[in-house]
Ligand binder design. Structure first.
Ligand code: 3HC
Ligand code: NAI
Length: 698
């Protein structure tokens, strides 16, 4: 027997216990062990087989690390068929998460029992594939086509009580999976229950699959796997036999397995788990954090306070005046009301948070006992320095002092204190209680346990935390500044903001850059442009004034009802603001530019290449530790399409030499903006990829 599956005989029942921590993924050893276990049980004359998982879960799916490598026998679909075909009564006992191939093994068992906390699901589409071991054929036979389509196209995790109602499992019972499984198998044997193979059940009734396909394709914003999965479910209804349905599932599965989208999504899966794995944190204990302070209760401060309160951390919020403090409390209350409405907290929790967990203050003494403070005051270095000097005077020794600055130099802020080792950047994204990304900005003198404390706080707030170094804009905003500038150049040269936004949403971005500016507020970019002009622009840098004109007229985007788009009350989204085209035309005329046409492909290529080039600089300078850190920042903070894996995964899939060729070609027209990143040149010269750098860092 394989060590990954333990065999035990209890009376008439052969027990197969998977033991492949941490999640009992169905790697080759587990598959071999299950096959050997079924064969041995049959040879030994057992009457029933119980399959369960040791540790924290039943099988959480196929072993994703095997994807893209030569497959090793037995393959999962064949194994599932073999389990189902067994003349013995096969029972699966589920706990933890029975996902993907895990649920497929359960569905090829003849009966399924689960503990109440178990969850089941077929999340394959989120990895760019579809259930490939009979899930698309067996699930519709037990749950009906509608429920199967919902589970398979969304990949959602379904709780045991709902799975019972849907017919996915047969019984829910509290207890140890081995014990409840044994009792259930014995009960079935005693009652003479028949062997019940889902594959032998009649084909389910069809629905209008073409309509479902179109709707799912549209919802996926270019992601293919959910739509392709619809066709596999269709085969469950329409194929002449179960075996032919399985063959169709296999064919579609293999198509997706070969796709770039599969590569992108699996990269994203492992990248988001790798970001927190840092050599500098090995063996470093975070400092305990029991209560936190937040300074400034505007958009960000209120959002950060909300995130902390929702995670059970008491917050002391400091504002400049009583009125401002109460306005901040109102903002937090609004955020909490949203959480209540979405069922994230109960009314009781909501009330308790507001009455007991949030303290308002206007004097720094209120922060003397907190373990960690996050500053979210105006983006102004002098104001930040004053705040940190005051924190230095009142905070207890060892308190972590964090800034939420978007762009400013965290070293300079740290230098305003006598304890720079305790100072760090914790850069949240707006709205801070919703957005999952947290950049943890490590300054020159930040102590390792302060970095560890940042990551521990991120984990507690359920954020995806990424380490960044200090530079103007850290990882995300620095790269954003570059690709946003690229978009401005294309506008000057002839593209319209509306064409650019459309080309990029067609590419898969949640929003185009101009719609994003409207959402964030055009005043933010205006302030940055004014600051940069005041600092003195490089004479070779191209500048534009059309967006300033919008701001000068009081149009700041969504909050004023007008920006690049016009927003009508009560309507979602906006319609293009025609005045913008006149402003752009005037800007072009003033700069002597004759506009040319851009194809959507060229727009996407220039935008993406500018993003990749800046990202390569960010990695090359050590601002991001690995290419995957950049990818996760763009995925979680900037609406980058997950199925493309992030900008640097996209670059690898496109081919780095072609990207460098484009940069060199475009530098002939603007050699200031299009300066190739030295890291990109090095990788191309060495014939290596960004993913090779990720592997080097493992
Ligand atoms: N294969 C390989 N490794 C896996 C894995 C899998 N299916 N699922 C999780 N892991 C690894 C993670 O990478 C992580 O490794 P690390 O500790 O080295 O970083 C470790 O297991 C623990 O995972 P998490 O940190 O994610 O643990 P959580 O407790 O937060 O979540 C989980 C557990 C809900 C099971 C989550 O890991 C998950 O969603 N896993 C993927 C499930 C999935 O997509 N299954 C379908 C696979 S595709 C398939 O089955 C194809 C089939 O149809 C043919
Ligand atoms: P905001 O203008 O909405 O809020 C700032 C708040 O700070 C105001 O309520 C103000 O009264 C208060 N304040 C100012 N000086 C203070 C002081 N000395 N003591 C106490 N309170 C003081 O600004 P916003 O958008 O919340 O930004 C705050 C910080 O977060 C800035 O550094 C910004 O760059 C950063 N940030 C902003 C993001 C955004 O999308 N708005 C995203 C990420 C970071």
């Amino acid at each position: 027997m394989s060590e990954a599956v333990e065999y035990e005989r209890i009376g008439d029942i052969a027990v197969l216990a998977a033991n492949n921590p941490p999640v009992n993924a169905l790697g080759v050893d587990v598959r071999r062990g299950l096959l050997a276990g079924i064969e041995r049980a049959e040879a030994e004359g057992a009457k029933a087989v119980l399959i369960y998982g040791k540790g924290r879960t039943y099988f959480a799916g196929a072993d994703i690390r095997e994807f893209g490598k030569p497959p090793q026998e037995p393959w999962l679909p064949g194994l599932c068929d073999r389990i189902e075909a067994s003349p013995l009564l096969v029972v699966s006992a589920l706990h933890g998460t029975a996902l993907g191939g895990g649920l497929e093994v359960a569905l090829s068992s003849h009966y399924r029992i689960a503990v109440p906390s178990a969850k089941v699901g077929l999340p394959e589409v989120n990895l760019g594939i579809l259930p490939g071991a009979g899930g698309t054929q067996r699930l519709p036979r037990v749950a009906g086509v509608e429920a199967a389509l919902d589970m398979i196209t969304t990949g959602r995790h379904v709780r045991a009580d709902e799975a019972l109602k849907l017919g996915v499992i047969d019984k829910v019972q509290d207890g140890d999976p081995r014990e409840i499984g044994l009792a259930y198998a014995q009960e079935l044997l005693d009652s003479g229950a028949p062997r019940r193979a889902v594959g032998e059940m009649p084909a389910p009734d069809p629905v209008d699959f073409d309509a479902v396909y179109e709707a799912v394709l549209k919802k996926g914003r270019g992601q293919l796997s959910p739509a392709v999965a619809v066709r596999a479910v269709q085969a469950a209804c329409e194929a002449p036999s179960f075996a032919e349905g399985m063959a169709r599932e296999r064919e579609l599965f293999m198509q997706l397995m070969e796709s770039d989208q599969r590569k992108g999504l699996i990269h994203a899966f492992f990248a988001e788990r790798a970001v927190g794995k840092l050599p500098e944190l090995k063996g470093v204990e975070p400092r305990p954090v029991h209560q936190i302070g937040v300074i400034g209760g505007g958009t960000m401060g209120a959002g950060i306070a909300t995130a902390a309160l929702l995670a059970g951390l008491p917050v002391t919020l400091l504002e400049m005046t009583q009125e401002a403090a109460h306005a901040a409390k109102d903002r937090i209350a609004g955020n909490l009301a949203g959480a209540l409405k979405r069922g994230k907290i109960s009314q009781q929790q909501h009330d308790a948070i507001l009455s007991d967990q949030l303290q308002l203050a206007t004097g720094y003494d209120a922060l003397s006992a907190v373990d960690l403070v996050i500053e979210a005051v105006f983006e102004d270095m002098d104001v930040k320095k004053q705040v940190f000097a005051q924190l230095d005077a009142v905070c207890k020794p060892g308190a972590v002092l964090a800034t939420n600055t978007s762009y400013l130099d965290v070293n300079e802020i740290a230098a305003a204190t006598k304890r720079p080792q305790d100072v760090i950047g914790l850069h949240f994204f707006s709205p801070a209680h919703v957005m999952k990304l947290l950049e943890i900005v490590v300054a020159d003198k930040t102590a390792p346990e302060v970095v560890a404390t940042g990551f521990a706080l991120g984990h507690r707030l359920k954020k995806v935390s990424v380490r960044a170094g200090v530079c103007d804009g850290f990882i995300g905003n620095r790269i954003l500044s570059t690709y946003r500038t690229c978009a401005d150049h294309m506008v000057l040269d002839g593209a319209s903001p509306f064409q650019i936004d459309k080309a990029l949403t067609d590419f898969g971005f949640a929003m185009g850059p101009f719609a994003v500016s409207d959402l964030a507020g055009l005043d933010i970019g205006w302030a940055v442009r004014k600051r940069k002009r005041a600092e003195g622009l490089d004479p070779r840098a191209r500048d534009s004034s059309y967006a300033d004109k919008l701001c000068e007229a009081g149009h700041f985007g969504q909050k004023t009802g007008k920006g690049f788009y016009v927003y009508e009350k009560g309507k979602r989204g906006g319609t293009p603001n025609p005045e913008v085209l006149d402003l752009i035309a005037a800007d072009r005329a003033a700069q002597g530019i004759t506009p040319r046409t851009f194809t959507d492909d060229e727009i996407v290529r220039r935008y993406m290449v500018s993003m990749v080039n800046e990202a390569a600089k960010v990695v090359g300078e050590g601002i991001a530790r690995r290419p995957l850190d950049v990818d996760v920042v763009l995925l979680y903070g900037y609406g980058f399409p997950r199925y493309r894996g992030g900008p640097l995964k996209w670059a690898d899939l496109q081919g780095l030499p072609g990207i460098l060729d484009d940069i060199r070609a475009w530098s002939a027209e603007d050699d200031y903006f299009w300066q190739p990143a030295p890291l990109l040149e090095k990788l191309v010269a060495e014939g290596r990829s960004f993913d090779d750098l990720n592997k080097d860092a493992e």
